[in-house]
Ligand binder design. Structure first.
Ligand code: PMP
Length: 402
């Protein structure tokens, strides 16, 4: 029965983690994994998460009962306010429905299946940026969509190809689904400016396209959760109906707890019963009820004003350390006189930098210098620290010169 099952293509990131884990050289630097590390290269449990866990552990009423299909209301309410703003008219008008999901990936999948069943026109394709998070294509194709790409990165200048992006949006048939990274674009670290987001909204509106925002890094881009939600709030203010996938993996450091939400913003509260019933049905068919532990932690942080403030500060600390590492890498490459321009490393946003290194250079760095990054030259800047930055800069310098 199983002998006819073809081999699935390898997943680049997962393959990279296996290679990196197997490398015991003391000089090894893992810049592959998209997870925050402290200055000693260690995972960081946010103090507010520790505090929330302590409260849960000490709660005599804590239990492991099933949660509701829609998830934990304290989480879904808090998550709504985080994304759309506490004064959001759309929330006030009761036209946002939020369902808890298995982190950002689960939110993408629920959205993908929902859109496959209800998209209008029924043959609309899903457009993803070139390049994008490797899983986007896989998720939307698995759900049965035709997936196409829109231009995003100018690979020569490592800047946003805004004209190419807008042209592709204009020339696509009306009513297509566009996957947009809300902030901290993965893998490029290149985000549209506020003016460019307005142009994108103009064209999407003219063409009747449907926006699906993937928001996996709120708080990581600028350290300011409201600024990082600019694009989503702009589209809501412009009157779009849309979906937003939200992940608490990075900004709360809850990676393995799989905590996230999917939000549907509708034109009117009248359609919320229909939309919520379908989202609940899809979630019920896949996970039955939402997962509890991460949701309880995140809800505690979102609902307690003191913990919330402290969390905002932790996000600033994480994004500031990443920014410091960006500048340090750029400065060191400039000081070494490494051929090429390295300003993009410090200008890019979020967890990643698209270095512009070629596949050959990436392979050499991996095989000769024990430095791991994805084949497209993306590094997780969070993997840099004061102990390995000199080695990383020197290795890049040597490989670029050879
Ligand atoms: N979307 C994007 C763009 C991402 O980079 C990620 C994390 N790598 C996710 C979604 C989903 O992550 P998770 O399922 O861990 O929340």
């Amino acid at each position: 029965y199983f002998s006819t099952v073809p081999q699935a293509p390898p997943d680049g990131i997962l393959k990279l983690s296996v290679l990196s884990r197997a490398d015991s050289d003391p000089s090894k630097v893992d810049l592959g994994v998209g997870a925050y590390r402290d200055d000693n290269g260690k995972p960081w449990v946010l103090p507010v998460v520790r505090e929330a866990e302590r409260r849960l552990n000490e709660d005599p009423n804590y239990n492991h009962e099933y949660m509701g299909v829609g998830g934990l209301p304290a989480l879904t309410d808090g998550a709504q306010q985080l994304i759309f703003g506490s004064n959001s008219p759309a929330i006030g008008q009761g036209r946002v429905y939020t369902i808890q999901t298995i982190s950002g990936t689960g939110a993408n999948m629920v959205a993908a299946v929902f859109l496959k069943q209800f998209k209008r026109p029924a043959d609309a394709a899903v457009y993803i940026s070139k390049p994008t998070w490797g899983n986007h294509r896989s998720i939307f194709e698995t759900a049965g969509h035709e997936v196409r790409e829109y231009k995003y990165c100018n690979y020569k200048t490592l800047t946003l190809d805004i004209d190419g992006m807008l042209d592709d949006m204009r020339s696509a048939p009306e009513g297509q689904i566009f996957v947009l990274h809300a902030c901290a674009h993965n893998p490029t670290g290149i985000d549209p400016t506020e003016e460019q987001w307005q142009q994108i909204a103009d064209v999407m509106s003219e063409r009747g396209h449907f926006p699906f925002f993937d928001c996996a890094y709120q708080g990581f881009a600028t350290g300011d959760v409201d600024r990082d939600a600019y694009a989503i709030r702009l589209f809501v203010d412009r009157g779009f109906e849309l979906l937003v996938a939200e992940s608490f993996a990075k900004n709360m450091g809850l990676y393995g707890e799989r905590t996230g939400c999917l939000h549907a913003v509708c034109q009117s509260s009248d359609v919320i019963p229909q939309v919520s019933s379908q989202l609940n049905r899809l979630s019920r068919a896949t996970i039955s009820t939402a997962s509890a532990y991460g949701a309880k932690i995140a809800a505690t942080v979102l609902q307690d004003p003191r913990l919330y403030e402290e969390w905002l500060q932790s996000m600033q600390d994480m994004s500031q350390r990443i920014k410091t590492m960006r500048d340090a890498l750029r400065d060191k490459l400039v000081a070494l006189g490494t051929p090429g321009s390295w300003d993009h490393v410090s200008q890019q946003i979020g967890m990643f930098s698209f270095t512009g290194l070629s596949k050959l250079q990436v392979d050499t760095l991996r095989n000769q210098y024990h430095l791991y990054m994805t084949d497209d030259g993306r590094i997780s800047v969070a993997g840099l620290n004061s102990h390995n930055i000199d080695y990383v800069a020197q290795s890049i310098d040597a490989v670029v010169r050879s």
